[in-house]
Design a protein around this ligand. Structure first.
Ligand SMILES: [Zn+2]
Length: 315
């Protein structure tokens, strides 16, 4: 990381200058490809009649209602999936993101008559933008994915070589991680990085079980960890980073007030955190905007945010 990047980033924050912030290298480690572009991009592509996302949503259920009830109506064939992935990558490039780990839900594969065409598409987009961004495709699935689907779809995705990491998301339940255990173990054997959504709405026990059962490398959200010193020690010991998405947490109701976002307390406890978008289409805030937002509301100062920016390269 260059010194020049450090000063430009801090200057950008102090001046409220997004274009400076966008010039500084950033990474995004928590992003879902199906919703990784601006609403306006999606709406223009889809013909202009897409219903806007609500300003506030009732947790994962509210998010799923919008994605399944509205956006997915427009995704029916191979070219549509290509659009979702490529636009997510282009949007990240626009924002100065140099490393992008974005999940692609295995359901997108069902729009392809030949699965290899799905894997080849992902690899071709990665190659096409290689000079501008290190796009690291991640295979994604709901935490509730039935075992039959894990065998039929997730295993071939793990074996395809198209994905560098794995993530599961959606409604958190107490025992959802156990079912995934052998698949995560297999993904590890195949060299994939292991990530999981945990502690988004649920408490520290949920984070603990994700870490202990699945032996993940990173946690998406994980803010529930704040309620247990034991779990925080576990995260530190195992060098597990929390990839946090402030606007998403606020809009979905995981935190009531952005000014009291738990990212602050976690940072103070020495937990390694990063700042990410989650779903740009829904929350309308890119990585640079998220950093600026946290600066403006006074949650972190410019030095702390610069440290958080660089945390993405820490492990
Ligand atoms: Zn997420």
């Amino acid at each position: 990381m260059s010194q020049a990047g450090d000063s430009l980033f801090k200057e950008g924050l102090k001046e409220g200058n997004l274009s400076k912030l966008r010039q500084v290298p950033k990474a995004e480690l928590h992003n879902h490809c199906g919703t990784g572009m601006r609403f306006s991009t999606f709406n223009n592509w889809a013909g202009g009649n897409v219903k806007r996302p609500p300003q506030k949503m009732d947790g994962v259920k509210g998010l799923n209602d919008y994605i399944f009830g509205e956006l997915n109506k427009y995704i029916t064939k191979e070219e549509d999936v290509a659009f979702l992935i490529e636009e997510t990558v282009k949007e990240a490039i626009e924002d100065g993101v140099k490393v992008l780990e974005a999940s692609i839900d295995y359901h997108e594969m069902l729009h392809f008559s030949e699965w290899n065409n799905f894997f080849d598409l992902i690899t071709s987009i990665k190659e096409k933008y290689r000079a501008l961004i290190d796009f690291r495709p991640e295979v994604g699935m709901a935490l509730t994915t039935p075992r039959a689907d894990l065998d039929k779809y997730i295993v071939p995705c793990i074996e395809s070589g198209a994905f560098l990491s794995i993530d599961a998301y959606g409604e958190e339940t107490k025992d959802s991680y156990l079912k995934l255990k052998e698949y995560y173990k297999y993904a590890r054997e195949k060299g994939l990085k292991l990530k999981i959504h945990a502690g988004q709405f649920m408490d520290a026990d949920n984070v603990k079980s994700a870490v202990e059962v699945l032996e993940v490398d990173e946690i998406q959200h994980g803010i529930g960890a704040i309620h247990s010193d034991y779990v925080q020690d576990l995260l530190k010991e195992r060098k597990i980073r929390l990839n946090i998405c402030p606007s998403s947490n606020y809009i979905l109701g995981a935190v009531e007030d952005l000014k009291k976002h738990l990212a602050r307390k976690l940072f103070d406890k020495g937990i390694v955190i990063t700042i990410n978008t989650d779903d740009l289409l829904l929350f309308n805030s890119g990585v640079s905007e998220e950093f600026l937002l946290l600066y403006k509301i006074g949650l972190f100062d410019e030095d702390e945010l610069n440290e958080i920016r660089k945390n993405a390269w820490k492990y």
